[in-house]
Design a protein around this ligand. Structure first.
Ligand SMILES: [Zn+2]
Length: 321
């Protein structure tokens, strides 16, 4: 008799119940579910450079945040086996080991968006790195989920020996009282957050603009729009390269299909969409590995371009010795 999908499922469910439910409680009964998240850490090599993806946690991102026809948004979410809304958006940061120097790219949100975030310090501890060992913190832009972890609840620098590296355009924007005055009420706290971080690091603050070389093997890549100074970071080592493009994508299911869709918190939505298309084209043309702060953890992958349609191809897991 041919087995239909429905009765195949029924048969295996029956078998499973026999396997896991013995008559008397066995070893399984004494191991309760832990119910706490474990630090998310994954490492890979880019040439000789070691890059460690660190999961800060997640935040809920409503589909309505995107200026998009919600029917099409729901269709795309379904196509990717996701609920229509909200999406649990990961927040990633990256640790880069350049010789004997350690650079952190973004710091996570700390407690600014609730208890589901703020795990970067635990992720660092998992790989044996203490905050005082970080030599530099480079901020791709100064939104709270990228800068929040740079200071503690008293406003003190968490990375006590680190140089803070920020883009000149972002520094200027977040310190501009006129921009603060014009910002929607919900986004005004972003300004005080950015200011608190730069003031905690004011004695060791470096600003960059455009394409700037940092520590020899790393270059900043301006991708303005999401914020005025929003920047990626490009690493080159041997024949390998990595393009950490920060917040080019906030919702993979939506934005690879519709690069013109941006979240409501883009400072300049048109400029952000142009930067997004440029980043997609560049990544597809160069076949370069990318990493994104809101791409499902660990956020590594490639961009394929088929007749003008973009597709994200998650990177194969890598074992690093
Ligand atoms: Zn952002």
């Amino acid at each position: 008799m041919p087995i239909s999908r429905r009765n195949l499922f029924a048969v295996s469910a029956g078998l499973a119940s026999i396997a896991v439910l013995p008559d008397s409680p066995g070893a399984f009964a004494s191991v309760p579910a832990a119910k706490t998240p474990v630090p998310g850490v994954i490492r890979r090599k880019v040439g000789k450079i070691e890059v460690t993806a660190l999961l800060d946690g997640y935040m809920e991102m409503s589909a309505a945040l995107f200026k998009a026809p919600q029917e099409e948004a729901a269709r795309l979410a379904r196509e990717q086996f996701q609920p229509a809304s909200p999406r649990l958006s990961p927040v990633n940061a990256y640790l880069i080991k350049l010789g004997d120097r350690l650079m952190l790219i973004d710091t996570g949100a700390a407690n600014l968006f609730g208890p589901t975030l703020g795990k970067v310090p635990q992720a660092l501890a998992t790989v044996g790195v203490k905050p005082e060992q970080i030599d530099a913190v480079l901020l791709t832009h100064m939104h709270p989920d990228h800068v929040g972890g740079a200071i503690d609840q008293h406003g003190k620098a968490v990375y006590s020996n680190a140089e803070l590296i920020v883009s000149e355009a972002d520094f200027r924007y977040w310190h501009d009282d006129a921009a603060l005055g014009q910002a929607p009420a919900a986004f005004k706290p972003f300004f005080s957050g950015a200011r608190a971080v730069t003031s905690a690091y004011q004695k060791r603050l470096t600003q960059f603009s455009g394409e700037t070389e940092v520590f020899g093997e790393l270059r900043t890549a301006p991708l303005p729009g999401h914020t005025p100074g929003h920047s990626g970071v490009v690493l080159h080592s041997g024949d390998d390269a990595l393009f950490i493009w920060a917040d080019i994508v906030h919702h993979a299911a939506f934005q690879f299909a519709h690069p013109e869709w941006g979240p409501a918190f883009d400072v300049d939505a048109n400029q952000a969409a142009a930067s997004r298309k440029r980043a997609f084209d560049q990544a597809a043309y160069d076949r370069i590995l990318i990493a994104g702060m809101h791409i499902p953890f660990p956020g590594f992958g490639h961009i394929a371009s088929d007749n003008g349609k973009y597709r994200f191809v998650p990177a194969e897991w890598q074992y690093v010795l």
